[in-house]
Ligand binder design. Structure first.
Ligand code: FAD
Ligand code: NAD
Length: 484
């Protein structure tokens, strides 16, 4: 095997593995270096997303949702089930099996696309040379025409709640609990806090989320965020806004271990609350430890991300960076699209990525999903806009399915009617928002969506009605007064 490659990718998360596959599809001799090891110490692909992120969290969300349905949601349908119980180790083992299956799938894709999978650590040296240290410690210097850095991100630590991998855990630890904690604390009511708080809450934990910000989901459209907060309150999630954790102390031992958390509320009052387990999920930071030699020529920005331009070129010629390690939302699909763009650029094509249309989903029940700009952002940009809001309670399919909580909010430019954003909390929001993302990609107006024939009865009809409501033409609710 010659050690000269057209492309070497460092990191095989959803950014890196997709870049490697696309590069190989385009005829480029490609290797992908990955240092992640599974529980048995074997090198595996897939990064955060497959091993401790998107996929395992959704496996637990799915199991806990089924449990909750059997426990609560069948009432009134005439269905009775016997005593419902949850075997937590079995649920975790199922999740592990799914992770193994999916990451094995990437190894298979690498093989069929002729990507060389190298298990170990990569370090970028000067002039696109890469030092590869395999899992046995053997070092090789590899040469590449192009290097793609895709080293991802890791959870942010806070000194007031140090992870001990037992009582105080990060998101990875919260995917491994072997029993349902009776009292579960969560620091940070963001995406992970809501998803993993929902998992354990559905299984019976009393969940308290301590959120430093005064507003809930500050980056989301605030109308949808407020609607979501009401729904989560009814589900029993105790979300305390404006509460900054100032200290934590683990007390007791063995089964009696617990953690006392001290926090300051927005009025400056100090309170204590005690939990059996505490999840710290206050954001993630780009990961570059050991990745770059001093003379690699790659610069970081002020937030510690690898500095890149719109095309994901770094400050070193022939070196690219994608995914969580660069600016932009830390989302698997954002990194994958960057991976495709970079591979195609290396192959001489000229794609660009549309950063304005990246869907964002929180997989609670109901889901929260958005694409495009929020009302707050559009207002700050000073653009005139119209809004259409449609509630799922007026959608027959949603009522029939007992899934009628939530709204679709569509925002369009007041003069051109072009769709600027769509924000949903409600059933299947993740899939509904994708319809709007496609429409936006084609420059759709709200009227275009409103004139499209939607199947009946579907949840999607809420998207059509919200689009009609933008111009005051919704059929299944009274409209706010607008132009004819
Ligand atoms: P990563 O997936 O972090 O992969 C980077 C890889 O690089 C890792 O495997 C790492 O071992 C490897 N690496 C790093 N340095 C080196 C080196 N020097 N040598 C060799 N290998 C190296 N996003 C969504 O879009 N949808 C979701 O539903 C979702 N759910 C999530 C749930 C949780 C609990 C978490 C924690 C995250 C979730 N995310 C979700 C975020 C998503 O996982 C990340 O955005 C995504 O994994 C980033 O992809 P990446 O390829 O940039 O980095
Ligand atoms: P987040 O940014 O979504 O939420 C962190 C929350 O913690 C924020 O609301 C922040 O105000 C709060 N916070 C920060 N410091 C605090 C403190 N000291 N005390 C109390 N609250 C504090 O981050 P996350 O939930 O850790 O998730 C990390 C990233 O992973 C997300 O940004 C997202 O990009 C990605 N992710 C995506 C999905 C998905 O797409 N469904 C799921 C999970 C994670």
């Amino acid at each position: 095997m010659s050690d000269k490659y057209d492309v070497i990718v460092i990191g095989s998360g959803p950014a890196g593995y997709v870049a490697a596959i696309r590069a190989a599809q385009l005829g480029l001799k490609t290797a992908c270096i990955e240092k992640w090891k599974d529980k048995e110490g074997k090198g595996v692909n897939g990064g955060t997303c497959l091993n401790v992120g998107c996929i395992p969290s959704k496996a637990l969300l799915d199991t806990s949702h089924k449990y909750h349905e059997a426990h609560q949601a069948y009432k009134g349908h005439g269905i009775s089930v016997g005593k419902v119980s949850i075997d937590v180790p079995e649920m975790i083992a199922r999740k592990d099996k799914i992770v193994k299956q999916m990451s094995g799938g990437i190894a298979g894709l690498f093989m069929s696309n002729k990507v060389t999978a190298l298990y170990g650590t990569g370090k970028l040296l000067a002039n696109r040379k890469v030092q590869f240290t395999d899992n046995e410690g053997k070092e090789t210097i590899l040469d590449a025409e192009n290097v793609i850095l895709a080293s991802g991100s890791v959870p942010v630590d806070i000194p007031v709640a140090k992870i001990d991998h037992d009582t105080i855990v990060d998101s990875t630890g919260a995917l491994e609990f072997q029993e349902v904690p009776k009292r579960l604390g969560v620091i940070g009511a963001g995406v992970i806090g809501l998803e993993l708080g929902s998992v354990w809450g559905r299984l019976g934990s009393e969940v308290v989320l301590l959120e430093a910000m005064d507003s809930f989901l500050a980056m989301m459209d605030q109308q949808v965020a407020k609607e979501s907060l009401k729904i989560f309150g009814k589900q029993g999630l105790d979300i305390r806004l404006g509460c900054r954790v100032t200290a934590s102390e683990v007390k007791g031992s063995g089964k009696k271990k617990e953690v006392e958390v001290t926090y300051m509320d927005k009025d400056g009052n100090e309170s204590n609350v005690t939990f059996d387990k505490l999840i710290v999920c206050v954001g993630r930071r780009p990961f570059t430890d050991g990745l770059l030699a001093e003379d690699s020529g790659v610069n970081l920005d002020e937030r510690g991300s690898i500095y890149v331009n719109d095309l994901c070129s770094t400050s070193a010629p022939g070196v690219w960076a994608i995914g969580d390690v660069v600016r932009g939302p830390m989302l698997a699909h954002k990194g994958s699209e960057e991976g495709v763009m970079v591979a195609e650029r290396i192959a001489g094509q000229k794609p660009v990525m549309n950063y304005d249309i990246i869907p964002n989903v929180i997989y609670t029940h109901p889901e929260i999903a958005s694409v495009g700009r929020t009302e707050e952002q559009i207002k700050a940009d000073g653009e005139p806009y119209n809004i259409g809001v449609f509630p799922f309670i007026a959608i027959g399919r949603a009522v029939a399915a007992d899934e009628a909580e939530g709204i679709v909010k569509m925002i369009a430019h007041a003069e051109t009617d072009r769709v600027l954003g769509c924000h949903i909390v409600g059933p299947n929001a993740a899939d509904l928002v994708q319809q709007v993302a496609i429409a936006m990609e084609f420059g759709s107006s709200a009227e275009d969506i409103g004139m499209t024939v939607f199947g009946h009865p579907t949840f999607s009809e809420a998207v059509k009605e919200a689009a009609l409501a933008v111009n005051g033409h919704a059929i299944h609710m009274p409209n706010r007064k607008r132009k004819k």
